[in-house]
Structures are given as C-alpha cells and as structure tokens.
Write a protein that binds this ligand. Structure first.
Ligand SMILES: NC(=O)c1ccc[n+]([C@@H]2O[C@H](COP(=O)([O-])OP(=O)(O)OC[C@H]3O[C@@H](n4cnc5c(N)ncnc54)[C@H](OP(=O)(O)O)[C@@H]3O)[C@@H](O)[C@H]2O)c1
Length: 387
C-alpha cells in the first residue's frame, strides 16, 4: 500500500477573504472537511483537514459525490511540478456533486443542481476534497441518465479532447477546428480521416466521440485488442492493435485511407516515446499533430525535411485557461454538454469505484502509474472517507 497519513489542519481559504454573512439554510453547515494532499514537494500523500471554502462572486460551492483520478496527479507528486508551489498541495481535477451554496451574481445554477466540473492545481480549486469550489460558468449540469460517478469521469478527459481539437492553433491550444455546436460545425469534417493514438484512454474516448460529431471518417485508433469493442462503440471505424510496429501502422493507415484524402489530423492521446514518432509520420504534410504531453526527442523536427509543413501542438486541456479564446470555448462547452450527454452523443468513461473514499486514491494512482488501468476511469466517493 502506498504510504500516507498525516492528519492536520491547514487553511485552504486561498486568497479570498472569508464571507462574514451567515450561511444560507442550504449550507452544508460544517466548517471543515477531509482532503487528500501531497504533504511536501515529492513527498507522500496524506489525508488532511481543511476549511470548507465560501464561494466568492461568480462561484459555487459543491458537495462532492465523486472525484476521478488522472495521470497528472501522480506525475505532479513524482516530478514536484513547478506550477504547484504551496504544500500540503491538494490534488484532483475531476469532480461531480450537488450545488450547496451560490456565490454573488450566479444565475445559471441553483442550490440542489447536480453538476460536474474541472478543478485546478490550487488548494481552493482542487477536487480531492469533500466540498469543491468552481467558477459557475465552467460547471456542467448532469442529465438524469448520468450518475455522479460517470460525470466525474468527464471534465479532464473531455477538456483535453476538446481543447486539442477546437482550441486555437496557439501555444497550449489545439488544431483550431470548428466545434460541433458552432455555426456549421456539426459534421463539418465529413469524409476527412483522423488517427487517434490511445483510443481507450480517457482522453482518447472523448476524442473519438468529438471526432464523430465533427463528421471525421474514417476514425482510426489504436488500443489493446480487448478494447476494440469499446472504441468502436464510441465511433471508431477502424482499430489497430497498439503493439503493431510503427511501419505496419503506417501501411495499415495508408490502406484504410487509400482513395480518399490524406491524414491531416492526428491526436496522440498517449504522447510517449512509442507513439509520438509514428504519430508524426502518419500525418500528411500540411496536417496537425495534437500531443497531450510535450514533444520528445524522437520527433526531431530538424531531421525531418517535411517538418516545416507539419504543425505540432502541445495541448493544455483545461477550461481554467488563461487564454481568453480557450476560456470562452470552455464556457460554451459547459453550457452545451448536458444536451450531448442526455442524447447519448457523448458517453462518459466506464468507471471503477475505489473503496475508502479519498484514502483509496494513492493506491489507485499507483495503478495508473504502473499501467494497470485499461479503458476505465478510477473514481472515489469523497464522503466515504473514514475517520
Ligand atoms: N495535456 C493535457 O491537458 C492532458 C489532459 C489529460 C491527460 N493528459 C495526458 O494524456 C495521457 C492519457 O491520459 P488518460 O487519463 O486519458 O489516460 P488513461 O485513461 O489512464 O490511460 C490508460 C490507457 O492507456 C492506454 N495506453 C497506454 N499505452 C498505450 C499505447 N502505447 N498505445 C495505445 N494505448 C495505450 C491503455 O490502453 P489499452 O488498455 O487499450 O492497452 C489504457 O486504456 C496521459 O499522459 C495524461 O497525463 C494530458
């Protein structure tokens, strides 16, 4: 078992002054909560007690019913990521729950709404907690056909997929496509092929579904053979085993697309040494390769004569983006996503519920780190955390 435990109290109020007015009747009527944090830079995970934040203007307070695990959580712990500066550092960026308090000026949400949202790497906005805070304009409503556990699987994976596809072609942006809900966007790319490396990842599953809404065809993807039914159920038209040698991947893609347009869009939802090179080679000149993790040495653009004709984008899939165009896109997404989920055009990831509430997260992250998770999102229920 991953070592953790230290229980203490830190003030996670962030930089906002605590409101002095009495809490509304719908308030959770509690002042502290449990949270899971990296206790010190590169240090162990620990359960800590922190204050429940008050929602500021434009924000909501949510009782978290489910939070999902992401590779970035263990990567921050292992790397001591420079963008995390305050320790203990609460992690977690996927959450679903019920709105329990509304900040000043919020009109699109009400107390009692079932919602989901993406967190951020500050103690105030992180989601490995029992109560979470979010700007209200990037909170999605959960339709009746989706559970809290399923909804918690959506924000980060969908965020990376949609920023990668529809974000502007700028640093940390995307391929600059027109989103399905924008004018003329639905089915706009009909007849154009896309290749998705890692179709069974959380991100890849959302890329496939968005690519289908955008009209791409064929949708070619890689995964383990046992996940072929999953990726095809989401909209992939062709499946290639992830263990296929790169030269064979190239010839398979060529065979599938022969007679049609060349591949102008490749989404590498793995972005490891084994995939980036072949992802780049599959791409036709003039096309765009979207990466979810920065460029590695094996795509040495200087050694590739056609490199000036291929665009490589390192996407940064968050709606807490400091780039105005991406933030605006995120606001649009969270106003539209309920309808796509209700209609089944967007399906959440399959989920596996871990026991122990927040205390179950470190072992789950170890499974993610050692590639022991296949085609599911690991989810915990924060209020199942023991004393
Ligand atoms: N840039 C961003 O904003 C952003 C956002 C989210 C995630 N990410 C990154 O995106 C990556 C994926 O994250 P995730 O949460 O979607 O992962 P995940 O769901 O935890 O990934 C697990 C899946 O990876 C697949 N996989 C592993 N190696 C593969 C390979 N060589 N080829 C094909 N499939 C492979 C496995 O497929 P099979 O079981 O079918 O073999 C498994 O289903 C991570 O590196 C993560 O850090 C980046």
């Amino acid at each position: 078992m991953t070592p953790y435990f230290r229980v203490g109290v830190i003030n996670a109020q962030g930089d906002r002054p605590r409101s002095t007015h009495p809490p509304p009747l719908s308030s959770p009527n509690m002042s502290t909560q449990k949270a899971l944090a990296i206790l010190e830079k590169n240090g162990p995970w620990g359960l800590i007690n922190v204050h429940v934040d008050k929602p500021g203007p434009g924000e909501v307070l949510i009782r978290a019913e489910a939070t999902a695990l992401n590779p970035v959580d263990w990567k921050v712990q292992a790397s001591g990521a420079p963008f995390v500066t305050d320790y203990p550092a609460i992690m977690g960026t996927d959450s679903a729950g019920t709105v329990v308090e509304i900040g000043e000026g919020v009109t699109r949400l009400r107390v009692g709404d079932r919602v989901f949202h993406q967190g951020w790497f500050t103690n105030r906005l992180a989601t490995f907690k029992q109560f979470t805070i979010s700007p209200a304009d990037i909170v999605g409503k959960i339709p009746d056909n989706i559970t809290f556990d399923q909804a918690a699987s959506i924000p980060v994976g969908l965020g990376a997929a949609f920023v990668g596809l529809y974000g502007q072609p700028i640093e940390r942006g995307g391929a600059g496509l027109v989103a399905p809900w924008q004018n003329g966007g639905l089915g706009k790319y009909a007849g154009q092929p896309i290749v998705v490396f890692g179709g069974s990842t959380s991100v890849g599953q959302y890329v496939i579904q968005l690519a289908k809404l955008s009209g791409f065809s064929p949708i070619i993807t890689t995964s383990s053979p046992h996940n072929a039914p999953l990726v095809t159920s989401l909209g992939a038209t062709h499946f290639i085993s992830r263990t296929t040698p790169p030269s064979d991947v190239l010839s398979k893609v060529t065979n599938i697309t022969s007679g049609g347009p060349s591949v102008k869009l490749v989404f590498d939802a793995i972005s490891e040494e084994t995939t980036q090179g072949v992802a780049y080679d599959v791409l036709a000149p003039g096309g765009t390769l979207v990466l979810v993790w920065p460029l590695k040495n094996q795509i040495d653009l200087r050694k590739r004569p056609e490199s000036t004709l291929k665009t490589v984008v390192n996407t940064f899939g968050t709606v807490h983006h400091d780039v105005e165009t991406i933030r605006d896109l995120g606001v649009q997404l969270y106003s539209k996503v309920e309808a796509y989920l209700a209609s089944g055009d967007l399906k959440p990831n399959r989920t596996e519920i871990l026991q122990g509430g927040l205390a179950g997260i470190p072992d789950g992250l170890e499974r993610l780190r050692s590639n022991q998770v296949s085609g599911v999102k690991l989810v915990v229920r924060p209020h199942e955390t023991g004393e």
